[in-house]
Design a protein around this ligand. Structure first.
Ligand SMILES: [Zn+2]
Length: 457
């Protein structure tokens, strides 16, 4: 296996990846809270770790990929109440939608998707171990808290100043905590809330204990990679470390990976496209079969540790770029052959991916290779292009079918929209529409009187 280097949030350095068992990788990613369709920001996190899993597998590792489902939580209870449905009905509906949307995004199904409500026993075991070690205490309000002051390593992942954090914590009126940073492991039952019997009294688990218990149960501790969105470093992942290492007295995770935010750009959206925020809405607004791959390409075109701006223009650019790749694959049919990593483009692609999953550099190699295929008309090189795409879940659709979708655009409506944009002097929008039409094989000719004629090339 070639050396792979991954940025470890815990050490703040790129490290050579060395799994605990050679050739095998255990990976846990914090999954969604199923109270609504998932946000396109979550789609970035899931797509990034999907890319990581695929690349590890393409590199020869046997990966066990675990992504949990949080199906008990305040947001879920509130939403179920607002909808007038049971928690079970809401979470079942949202888990169904999650599976559909993940499939549309082309995400590989995790090997295991443990649900919080089915792992309460493992959480209670962990809480009991923490209490025995003096790391958990029962508070006057019936909740069980983690005692942050009694875990010396607290703060090592997020490297926050704990005293500043303490000062910043609002003190609740009936605060039962010993330290403002202590967090609930078990919440005493309240009327109308789901509750499970336990040695600590009837109640429900806190959010953080869920991930410690399910990752320990599914992968054993320590395991190789723990992933999640950037914002989970504190307090969620810090608390996971405190719980798991505090209870088990051994390191919890080898490498912590965090994907950066998807910034929602406040760009002016065209009326026909709308301003969408759930992954489902975004996918619905895109062209059928290609939409999932278009969103995937967009989400991976920036480096996973750099913030990415979500905007309709960049999403459309991703679609145009993909159509360009598929046009090449249609014109120069790829020869099927095993990927030869000594082929120069393949070698550079691998170097990029092995350097902390540098997808922008890997995509640049694919662009160059596409140019090479167009020049040489080499089916062999076209085959390399397609095979490289496969390692990260791209370019596997039938090129003819993919391009077919592109010409189902409502050309007349887009031409009108472009004329309106030009009149309003919104030239960036007008250019974007022109690029979109050209990529779909439509030629435009602007007339001196402000009208535009178009024909299919
Ligand atoms: Zn988690």
């Amino acid at each position: 296996m070639p050396p792979l280097r991954i940025y470890n949030t815990l050490t703040r350095t790129k490290e050579t990846f060395a799994p605990l068992v050679p050739g095998k990788v255990g990976m846990y990613v914090c999954g969604p809270t199923v109270y609504d369709y998932f946000h396109v920001g979550n789609a970035r996190t899931f797509t990034v770790f999907d890319m990581v899993v695929r690349w590890l597998r393409a590199s020869g590792y046997a990966v066990t990929y675990v992504r949990n489902v949080t199906d008990v939580d305040d947001k879920i209870m509130d939403r179920a109440r607002a909808n007038g449905e049971t928690i079970e009905a809401l979470t079942a509906r949202m888990i169904g939608a999650l599976e559909e949307d993940c499939a549309r995004l082309g995400l590989v199904k995790p090997d295991r998707e443990p649900r919080a409500t089915r792992n309460i026993d493992a959480m209670l075991d962990l809480i009991a171990m923490l209490e025995k070690k003096g790391l958990a205490y029962r508070a006057s309000n019936g909740d069980v808290f983690y005692s942050v002051r009694d875990f010396p390593g607290y703060g090592k992942l997020s490297r926050r100043n704990l005293d500043e954090l303490r000062a910043g914590e609002r003190v609740a009126v009936d605060d039962a905590k010993r330290d403002p940073l202590d967090f609930a492991l078990w919440k005493a039952a309240k009327p109308g809330e789901p509750a499970w019997p336990s040695a600590f009294g009837a109640g429900r688990p806190g959010w953080h204990i869920e991930c410690s218990a399910m990752s320990c149960r599914e992968l054993g501790v320590p395991f190789d990679i723990h992933g999640g969105g950037w914002d989970l470093q504190f307090p969620h992942h810090e608390n996971e470390i405190a719980q798991s290492e505090g209870a088990l007295d051994r390191p919890y995770v080898g490498c912590w990976m965090h994907s950066a935010f998807l910034n929602m750009a406040h760009e002016k959206m065209s009326k026909s496209l709308g301003n969408f925020h759930t992954t489902r809405e975004v996918l619905d607004s895109l062209d059928g079969v290609q939409g999932g791959e278009q969103l995937r390409y967009f989400l991976l075109h920036g480096h996973y540790r750099s913030p990415l701006s979500y905007g309709r223009d960049s999403l459309d650019d991703a679609g145009n770029t993909l159509r360009g790749f598929y046009a090449t694959l249609r014109e120069v049919p790829p020869e099927a052959a095993a990927l030869d990593w000594t082929q120069p483009h393949a070698a550079r692609f691998r170097d990029a991916m092995d350097d902390d999953f540098d997808t922008p550099a890997a995509f640049a190699v694919m662009h160059e290779l596409r140019g090479e295929v167009n020049r040489s008309r080499s089916g062999e090189l076209s085959g390399v292009l397609r095979a490289l795409g496969a390692t990260i879940g791209l370019l596997q659709a039938d090129p003819a079918a993919f391009m077919q979708g592109a010409v189902t655009l409502d050309v007349a409506a887009l031409v009108e929209e472009r004329i309106a944009a030009r009149k309003a002097r919104e030239f960036a929008r007008a250019d974007r529409i022109r690029r979109q039409l050209e990529a779909a094989g439509v030629a435009l000719e602007d007339k001196p009187d402000g009208t535009t004629e178009w024909r299919r090339k």
